[in-house]
Design a protein around this ligand. Sequence first.
Ligand SMILES: Cc1cc2nc3c(=O)[nH]c(=O)nc-3n(C[C@H](O)[C@H](O)[C@H](O)COP(=O)(O)O)c2cc1C
Length: 174
Amino acid sequence: MSETIRTLTNRRIVRKYKKAQICDEDLHLILQSGMNAASAKGIQPCTIVVVQNPDTLGRLTAMNAKIKGTDTDPLYGAPTALVVLADMEKSPNAWSDGCLILGNLMNAAAALHLGSCWINRAREEFELPEGKALLREWGLPEHLVGVGHCIVGYGDGPEPAASPRKDNFIKFIR
Ligand SMILES: Cc1cc2nc3c(=O)[nH]c(=O)nc-3n(C[C@H](O)[C@H](O)[C@H](O)COP(=O)(O)O)c2cc1C
């Protein structure tokens, strides 16, 4: 099996992280993979915001927890969050493009033996006044739509196993 197929098949979500930050070299490689995801008509309507600042991570965590209605940390204490934002004014496919970016980010992290997880509720976050404030601070337009966060870090604990794939996942017509 090629390394790429092995990575794509074995990537699993990680929900427990060490405090140590990932190195910039790995971060750069992950971002390269995200930026090179396909986008409809090649428009590249998304932006990836790299959040490693503890105060900003805390603000994302607080917003996400409020939306989720939980007291636990929805970002699992990961040291890096890559926020994918879509500009729907640039392309009607911006949301789909953003999902593909998130897939690439998680797979690239797995290829580098780093843990990652897609964290939901980004859409709601950037509809909140607190989210709009972040967009303004980041110098980004307030109409951007949050697609998701890819948290990244060193996994803490045993490698998670895959849940079984459902029986009817694939249908052959041939
Ligand atoms: C669109 C999407 C949203 C997700 N949101 C969350 C989330 O908010 N929190 C979380 O812990 N996992 C989240 N996940 C991870 C899934 O729960 C995980 O992929 C699923 O349980 C299967 O695990 P695996 O990716 O290791 O096979 C999300 C995954 C996707 C694709």
